[in-house]
Ligand binder design. Structure first.
Ligand code: UD1
Ligand code: UDP
Length: 356
């Protein structure tokens, strides 16, 4: 039995191709949902759209502090794994759910694979960085989305467990984008996502991001993460955000709609690790609102430009970048993240290294 442990929006998107590849290969599997994300449009919609069966259990570990969430998920995961005794556990990405899974499987000595191993922001202030470091060190086989992730793992002495598979999110993106009718869409919107703790935990920071939105002065569509909505309200900034002309705040969208929005974009303004990378799949340039190392290959070719909205000089540069940004046709997009067959490569590596 293979058990997948997921709990957050991006993990459902990463799970889909691997679940289907295991299914095609005839392996028995089940899914544990930590409950970290729980709204219909943050969780259930992805299972429906991506054809993933419902998890057999939901541990209801959402909300609370990092420690509370991680601890609650750990207790639930331990109980399930002791009962079901899987042969292999698969963990995804860098969330509290991921790290909770890694801490439990390593102590129960259950072989563990980590999907999307190796990216590093080189900033321990970033909670996801801690989750990645712990998970990479404790897991038994590490699937890397790109060459830089392989290098990071080698530098930490983990090269022996690492396999270059390419990015599994590209598998999902290709599958869904093949269904979309690109020709019908003009490619001129600015798409925005905003949810990182670093960008939502102070009023000043949130105000500076609203100022950036104002100064961009164009139509911006923003499917807003519930965390950000709550923080805007808490800081008394919600009305101000709604008053910005051309700033269209919408509910979080499912992945089919998200892909359609990315395909309509000439620019993506985001602090999301996943969305900043997906910008290169969809042909939209990216303004990244974090002072951290992210997808450095894309930064090097100026596909991703970092912006600190609290610094005037950086903001000026970002506005100029935004003005220039045009939708890039398929043939001119970079290809740092594999060929869209990461899931098959993962199964092959698991078989070769006798995890299956
Ligand atoms: C988490 C992950 C982050 C990932 C992101 C994907 C950690 C430390 N962070 O951040 O790596 O990029 O998921 O989106 O694990 N909330 C709701 N409804 C939901 C989910 C969340 O209202 O369905 C609200 C709650 O107030 C919650 C807050 O959002 O407390 C933050 O949620 P949480 O899962 O802690 O962090 P994310 O910002 O989603
Ligand atoms: N996404 C989505 N709907 C939204 C916002 C994002 O389907 O309203 C997708 C996005 O395309 C990407 C994933 O969710 O595939 C990224 O999730 P998020 O930004 O929450 O997490 P991160 O990548 O920062 O960990």
């Amino acid at each position: 039995m293979i058990t997948h442990i997921v709990g957050n929006r991006p993990q459902f998107i990463k799970l889909a191709p691997l679940y289907h590849a295991f299914e095609r290969a005839g392996y028995a599997q089940n899914i544990i949902h930590s409950g970290q994300h729980y709204d219909e449009n943050m969780s259930a919609v992805f299972f429906e759209e991506l054809g993933i069966p419902a998890p057999y259990v939901n541990l209801q570990a959402g909300g609370g502090s990092h420690a509370q969430m991680t601890a609650k998920a750990m207790v639930g995961i331990e109980q399930e794994l002791l009962e079901k005794k899987p042969d292999l556990v698969v963990l995804y990405g860098d969330t509290n759910t991921t790290m909770a899974g890694a801490l439990v499987t390593s102590k129960l000595c259950i072989p563990t694979a980590h999907v999307e191993a190796g990216p590093r922001l080189h900033s321990k202030e970033n909670p996801e960085e801690c989750n990645r470091i712990v998970t990479d060190h404790l897991s038994d086989i590490l699937f890397c989305p790109d060459a830089l992730s392989m290098k990071n793992l080698q530098a930490e002495g983990l090269g022996g467990k690492a396999c270059m598979t390419g990015d599994i999110m590209y598998d999902t993106y290709l599958e869904i984008s093949a269904q979309a009718d690109q020709a019908a869409q003009a490619q001129e919107i600015i798409l925005m996502t905003w949810h990182r703790q670093e960008n939502t935990s102070s009023k000043e920071r949130m105000e500076s991001i609203l100022q950036l939105v104002e100064r961009l002065g164009e139509k911006i569509i923003c499917p807003l993460h519930p965390r950000t909505r709550k923080c805007l309200m808490e800081y008394g900034l919600w009305e101000r955000a709604q008053e910005i002309e051309n700033f269209e705040i919408i509910e979080p969208v499912g992945y089919v709609e998200m892909v359609a929005l990315m395909q309509r974009a000439r620019l993506i303004l985001t602090d999301s690790g996943g969305v900043s990378k997906e910008s290169s799949f969809a042909g939209a340039k990216c303004l990244f609102m974090m002072d951290a190392e992210v997808w450095e290959d894309l930064v090097q070719i100026d596909w991703i430009r970092k912006v600190d909205p609290q610094k005037e000089e950086s903001l000026q540069g970002a506005l100029a970048f935004a003005k220039e940004a045009k939708h890039i046709p398929q043939a001119q997009r970079p290809g740092f993240y594999g060929d869209g067959h990461a899931a098959d490569k993962m199964i092959q590596a698991l078989q070769e290294r006798q995890f299956l």
